[in-house]
Design a protein around this ligand. Structure first.
Ligand code: G6P
Length: 608
C-alpha cells in the first residue's frame, strides 16, 4: 500500500525513480510524484493518477538531480488529487518526504504545528511529519528525523531528503516495509524489492524501529537511539523477467497461467516419497513441539484467509488437530487466551499485511509459537515468525491474488502432511498423498486448458449484476474465493455461501438473472451438492457447475458444466478455483475493467 523509492548515486535519479515507481504501482495508484536535490533546492513534480502521467509531466517539465525520492499513493488521509500527492514539503521548501502508513495523531500534530505558524498545503497526515522535522533540532538530517519521529503515533515507512545535505536520503520504518538496495557506488531505498531489481540484487531489509542513512559512500543503519546496527545483506532470488508481462495482456492472466509452474516451485524439494512426508526445513518445529500441539489458530486476510479455511480441512483431516481460522483484523483486538499447545499460522502473500502482522505479534505475546506461510522472502511476517514455509511462487503483481492462493494451498497440504505424519498418519497414506501432490502441476496444467471455454462463458455473463457461488466442505472456501475474485475486478456483486446454507436466505435472491456457480467435484458431498443444484434449478436460477472428470453428465440440470481433472478430494480446491479465476478475469476484461489495478484496492495492505 503506497510505494516508496529513492536513489542516490552518480546517475540522474529521475529515470531510476520512474522505473521503480512503475514497478511499485501495484501497491497503490491514486497519485504519483518525485522530488530531487541538485544544488538548487528541492524540485518536485507530482500529480493525481498513474505513474505514466507523471512520466509525461516530467517530459514536459523536467527535473534533474542525483539524489531523489518518489512515491505512488493509495490514499488514506485526503482525496487522491494533485495537492495531496507525495512528496510533501516543509514550509521552507527545502525538505521533502514520502511516506507509507498512517500517522494516527496527525490531527493533534497539525493543530499544534498550525498554531506555531506552520502553513499546510495538503490534507494529508504525512505533511505533519515534514513540518515536525522542520522544527526538530539536530546537527544532521538523521538526528532531526529521529527527533521528529519521537512525536509520531502510527505506522510509517518514510524517506526524507533535504537541501543542506544534498547527497543523503534518510529512511525509517515502523510497521511499513523499507529496504535498501546496495549497488556499486549507488544506493536505492524502496518499499519492496521489485523497485531496485533493475539495479542490484543485494538488499538490506530494515527492521521495525530502524533508521538508515544512505549516501553514495554507503549506508548506516541506526536504532532509535542513533546506535549503529548490523543488518545482513540478502540476495533477491528472482529476476526481472518475473516482473514482466511476458506477452500476456495482464499480470493477473499471466499469474493464473503460471500456476502449474508455481505449484511445482512450492513443492520443489519438499516431497519425501519413501517416508511419505514433507521436508519443511524452515518450519523450526521439533518433533516434541509437534506432538504437543493441541490447537492451531490461522490468521490471515482476504484471499489468504480463504486459503486458511481450506487449510483447516486439510490439517484437521491429516493431523487431527482442531483448527480455527481467524480474520487477523478481528483476532488482534480480542482477548488473547494463553492456551498451552497453541500453534499459530500466519498466512500472507506479501508478508506485510498490517493486520496479519499485528495479530501475529499478539499471538506471540500470548505465548504461541508462530509459523508463517508467506510468499515474499525477507518480508516482515516471515522474519517475525518463529519459522515457516515459503511459497516460492515468485512476485505476484496482479492486485487480485491467484497464484499465491494455489501455492498457499500446496504449502498447507505439505504442512498438514508433515504434522499428520508426526502424529500418527500411516506411512501408506502419507506416501499416497505425496504421489498425489507430485502429480498436481500436471493436473493444474490440464485445468488451465479450460480457458477458452471459460472465456466464452464470460461473454454470456459479463452483464450480470449479481452472482452466487456455492460449495461444500473443502470447496466452500473456493466459493468464497470465486466470489471475491469476481467482485474485486469486475465490480459485480457476488457472494460465496455453503451450498446447503443457501436455503437460509440467499435462495430468496434466485431468479433467471442470477448466475449461480456451483463447486461440485467428485467427493463425499457431491450428491448433496447436486441436490442443492436441483433447488436452484426449481427456482429458475442459471447454473454454472464446476465438476470433475468421472462425475456424471449434469447437462439436464445445469446451463454450463466445466470439468476439471479428477483428483483426491483434499486437492480439488487447487483445481476448482482455476476456472473461477479465469471467469472473473474474462468477465472483467469484457466489462472494460482495469484488471491489474481494480479501483480502490491495493495489493499490500499495510494500514489497519
Ligand atoms: C489485499 C489484496 C488481496 C490479499 C489480501 C491479503 O486485500 O488485494 O489479494 O489477499 O490483501 O494480503 P496478503 O499479502 O496478506 O496475503
Amino acid at each position: 500500500m503506497c510505494g516508496i523509492v529513492g536513489y542516490v548515486g552518480p546517475k540522474n535519479a529521475v529515470p531510476v525513480l520512474l522505473e521503480g515507481l512503475a514497478r511499485l504501482e501495484y501497491r497503490g495508484y491514486d497519485s504519483a510524484g518525485v522530488a530531487v536535490l541538485n544544488g538548487r533546492g528541492v524540485e518536485a513534480r507530482k500529480l493525481a493518477g498513474r505513474v505514466e502521467g507523471l512520466r509525461e509531466l516530467l517530459a514536459r517539465s523536467p527535473v534533474h538531480g542525483t539524489c531523489g525520492i518518489g512515491h505512488t499513493r493509495w490514499a488514506t488521509h485526503g482525496a487522491p488529487n494533485d495537492r495531496n500527492a507525495h512528496p510533501h514539503l516543509d514550509c521552507t521548501g527545502t525538505l521533502a518526504l514520502v511516506h507509507n502508513g498512517i500517522i494516527e495523531n496527525a490531527d493533534v500534530l497539525r493543530a499544534r504545528l498550525a498554531q506555531q505558524g506552520h502553513r499546510f498545503a495538503t490534507e494529508t497526515d504525512t505533511e505533519t511529519l515534514a513540518h515536525l522535522i522542520e522544527d526538530s533540532a539536530g546537527a544532521t538530517l538523521e538526528e532531526r528525523v529521529i527527533a521528529a519521529l519521537g512525536h509520531v503515533e502510527g505506522t510509517y515507512g518514510v524517506a526524507v531528503i533535504a537541501e543542506p545535505e544534498p547527497r543523503k536520503i534518510v529512511v525509517a520504518r515502523r510497521g511499513s516495509p523499507v529496504l535498501l538496495g546496495v549497488g556499486d557506488g549507488e544506493y536505492l531505498v524502496a518499499s519492496d524489492a521489485s523497485a531496485v531489481l533493475a539495479h542490484t540484487r543485494s538488499v538490506v531489509y530494515l527492521n521495525d524501529g530502524d533508521v538508515a542513512v544512505v549516501t553514495p559512500a554507503g549506508y548506516r543503519v541506526l536504532d532509535r537511539d542513533a546506535h549503529e546496527q548490523d543488518r545482513a545483506v540478502d540476495d533477491i532470488e528472482w529476476d526481472l523477467e518475473a516482473l514482466a508481462l511476458g506477452g500476456y495482456a495482464h499480470f493477473m492472466l499471466k499469474e493464473i497461467c503460471e500456476q502449474s509452474e508455481t505449484v511445482r516451485r512450492t513443492l520443489r524439494g519438499r516431497l519425501l516419497f519413501t517416508e511419505g512426508t514433507a521436508r519443511l526445513n524452515g518450519l523450526n518445529l521439533t518433533p516434541d513441539q509437534c506432538a504437543r500441539i493441541r490447537r492451531i489458530v490461522v490468521l490471515a486476510c482476504g484471499t489468504s484467509w480463504h486459503a486458511g479455511l481450506v487449510g483447516r480441512h486439510v490439517i484437521e483431516e491429516l493431523a487431527g488437530i482442531p483448527v480455527s481460522v481467524e480474520y487477523a483484523s478481528e483476532f488482534r483486538y480480542r482477548r488473547q487466551l494463553r492456551l498451552p499447545g497453541t500453534l499459530t499460522i500466519a498466512i500472507s502473500q506479501s508478508g506485510e499485511t498490517a493486520d496479519t502482522l499485528e495479530a501475529l505479534r499478539a499471538a506471540k505475546a500470548a505465548g504461541s509459537t508462530v509459523v508463517g506461510v508467506v510468499n515474499v522472502v525477507g518480508s516482515t511476517i516471515a522474519r517475525e515468525a518463529d519459522g515457516g514455509v515459503y511459497l516460492h511462487a515468485g512476485p505476484e503483481i496482479g492486485v487480485a491474488s491467484t497464484k499465491a492462493f494455489t501455492s498457499q494451498l500446496v504449502a498447507l497440504l505439505l504442512l498438514g502432511l508433515y504434522l499428520g505424519r508426526q502424529r500418527g498418519l500411516p506411512v501408506e497414506q502419507g506416501r499416497r498423498l505425496v504421489e498425489q501432490l507430485a502429480g498436481l502441476p500436471e493436473l493444474v496444467a490440464r485445468t488451465l486448458e479450460l480457458e477458452r471455454e471459460v472465456a466464452q462463458l464470460a461473454e454470456r455473463y459479463a452483464d450480470a449484476t449479481n452472482a452466487l457461488y456455492l460449495g461444500r466442505g473443502v470447496n466452500f472456501p473456493v466459493a468464497l474465493e470465486g466470489a471475491l475474485k469476481l467482485k474485486e475486478i469486475s465490480y459485480i456483486h457476488a457472494e460465496g455461501y455453503p451450498a446447503a446454507e443457501m436455503k437460509h436466505g440467499p435462495i430468496a435472491l434466485i431468479d433467471a438473472n442470477m448466475p449461480v456457480v456451483f463447486l461440485a467435484p467428485k467427493d463425499e458431498v457431491y450428491a448433496k451438492v447436486v441436490s442443492n443444484m436441483q433447488e436452484v434449478r426449481a427456482r429458475g436460477g442459471r447454473i454454472i457447475a464446476v465438476t470433475s472428470d468421472g462425475n456424471g453428465d449434469l447437462r439436464h440440470l445445469v446451463d454450463h458444466q466445466l470439468r476439471v481433472p479428477a483428483s483426491a478430494p483434499l486437492l480439488s480446491p487447487l483445481l476448482t478455483v482455476i476456472p473461477l479465476q479465469l471467469l472473473a478475469y474474462h468477465i472483467a476484461v469484457r466489462r472494460g475493467c482495469d484488471v491489474d489495478r481494480p479501483r480502490n484496492l491495493a495489493k499490500s495492505v499495510t494500514v489497519e
